[in-house]
Design a protein around this ligand. Sequence first.
Ligand SMILES: [Zn+2]
Length: 232
Amino acid sequence: MPDLTLAAHRRYMLNQQRILHDTNLSPELKIVALILRRCVDLSEPFPKPAHIATLLYPDRAVGSAYRLYQQLMIKDIRRYDPYVPGFRHACQEMLPKAKRPCGRSVSGLTAYVTDVETGERHFMGWCTKHAGIGAVVVAQNRADMLDRIIPRPCANTGGALRVHLPELDWNEYWHRIDPNWEPFPERDAPAEVTAPTLRLVHEEAPAATTAARASHPARGRRLHVVRGADDD
Ligand SMILES: [Zn+2]
């Protein structure tokens, strides 16, 4: 029906705009999101993962492009990461008289200190002069952790694709590409919870030669998307 097709195109155009303006998506993830969103909105067949990979990395050989694609998807797994990027490589011990942080190089001691209330880990550092104070803080933190159950920290990174493709069963997909992965709690529950109806599949790629797969078994793996929760 023409009006349904028009509605589908309109929906895709709106979703396209949201993807293009999302600053949480890298240029590569934007391409992946646009490809998958188009397939969902316009009911088009999903391309093979190797095809997506060569679109993303046209200057690379197929195998190399595919590995980069895998890494891209792995990097977008929803997870918690300690806040290392915000860490200042200067001793933060307050100087009582000067009423400012010490500011020397953290050459004395660096360690993760866990917030026992949230489970979040913070990277901290002290200069040589204040390393003893740091050691006490770290030891106290370890002791505090022994007496209680530390909550699993809320996710704070990854999952940028899921925002634009809630139809896909990302939890299942992420668990497949990282068997040790378990869902992290979310600080803010999503406004709309939609049950996923599509799934991403992770399987062996037939392209690599037997010898190449024997020497590099991980290289033959590939990712793709199928419709229907029970497909495989
Ligand atoms: Zn210091």
